[in-house]
Design a protein. Sequence first.
Length: 88
Amino acid sequence: MNNTIDINSRNIPTIHQLRRAGWKVRVIHGVTDEDNVLSDRFTRIELTSPDQKDSVGTAYCSRKDQWNRKLGNRIALGRALKNYSAVN
């Protein structure tokens, strides 16, 4: 079985694919709290590659939008991989 991941391709790997390839993927969903007023929801994905390099991506959902966990995961993961590619 080939567990290599090409993070520079057009097709963004899924969280499941990254985990199977040896990446650590942490997904955090939450709500920002500004001045004790719950405002925007967010999804944050923290990645650690098999060679122990870290990257983070965050997606925010406006109060005007309908929050969608899968879409937040996809956006945050894409940003984390983009940040990983830019740094490494």
